[in-house]
Design a protein around this ligand. Sequence first.
Ligand SMILES: *Cc1c(COP(=O)(O)O)cnc(C)c1O
Length: 455
Amino acid sequence: MADSSLPNSWDARAKAATFFGFTDLPSIAARGTVVLTHGEGPYVIDTEGKRYLDANSGLWNMIAGFDHAGLTKVAQDQYARMPGYHAFFGRMTDQTVMLSEKLVEVSPFETGRVFYTNSGSEANDTMVKMLWFLHAAEGRPQARKIITRGNAYHGVTAVSASMTAKPYNAVFGLPLPGFLHLTCPHYWREGREGESEAAFTARLGAELEEMIAREGADTIAGFFAEPVQGAGGVIPPSEGYFETILPILRAHGIPVIADEVITGLGRTGAMWGCESYDFVPDAIISSKALTAGYFPMGAVILGPDLSDRLQRATEVIEEFPHGFTASGHPVGCAIALKAIDLVQSELLANVQRLTPAFEAGMARIAQHPHIGEARGRGLMGALEAVKDKATKTPWEGHLSVSERIANTCTDHGLICRPLGQSIVLCPPFTMTDAQMDEMFTKLSAALEEVFAGLT
Ligand SMILES: *Cc1c(COP(=O)(O)O)cnc(C)c1O
């Protein structure tokens, strides 16, 4: 923790000249900021030399840890060869061509095309513009509505924030009109008294049918879902969810987009989250793990149907008037090629090897009387704190229970993130068994300490 008593401390300087995103200001006023200088494996080290095991892989993205020599080497080599270029006017670099081929090859699609952005938010924005563009070109200019689910997180740009179904977006006057939100498929929290999980899933299917009937299928541009909701609190879908809703969407010709920004490239124990849930979407949104967090980059991967339709639409209008200056950046592409190679050759196997210990550690902690639910898939998990386990009653909001747990963990040298009343664990795929033990030992100690102070 940086010492804020000194006016020229890292903490004071960080607060004075930088605007923090998603940061509770009273909390950093009280606790100070953490200014990091470097990383070693899954650990990050701050300006005071304090080490933290980062159980969140940065923000879900640093899947290979913080000092992977193979990734930094390809970046250095690519910087030396060609340090930057765009993908406009029919020009792009060899790295971009190779990455697109690779992404289509590792995708669940037989054929497809890729479009590059700098972030996951921009990739979702781009996908929405693609849908608007192709529906208009096909004679359905009214097909503009976008369906997502409660607690979804799709990003922060005006369009992706409209898809994100979180109450904090109300201060921006969002969502924009035409962004519709279904019930979050979280049975433990959203299931009604006496309702079975199968009945809950069937109810969500009926809700979707009603929404489509009410809005008119011809006004809907597409449906977006994270296979496992991430920033909503690590929420796997209820049993049978995708099997129930996908046929309804297909029957109405509504494109299905999997937002795999967190779940893509191994996190759930398969290459893609949609494979863990046994479905093939019409397009995949990728970012975060795509470059193992070593470069800001996002990608829209279109499957054969949308790829062909967008190509035809573009031929009619002669161009798709969209793109970012750094779309398909050669350094980002070179790093992503290496990251995918690592996932294929070792990291996916690591996720599969580590998952049983991860699940066992979560299950052990879930026996605590103040942990209401442990949930997750592969190496993404959440533990939800409750005041009363039997009635699932949350703690009073003013107690900020999950923030207290996360802060206590930070004091003990473990970084994990509070989300609602849950604590999120999303470790790098390179963790050792000993580091996994360290993570659970520190977390258990922090939980005991916090709950002891509350009861
Ligand atoms: C993080 C995230 C995004 C946004 O990505 P940024 O790179 O932060 O813009 C979109 N969708 C999902 C599922 C995410 O987790």
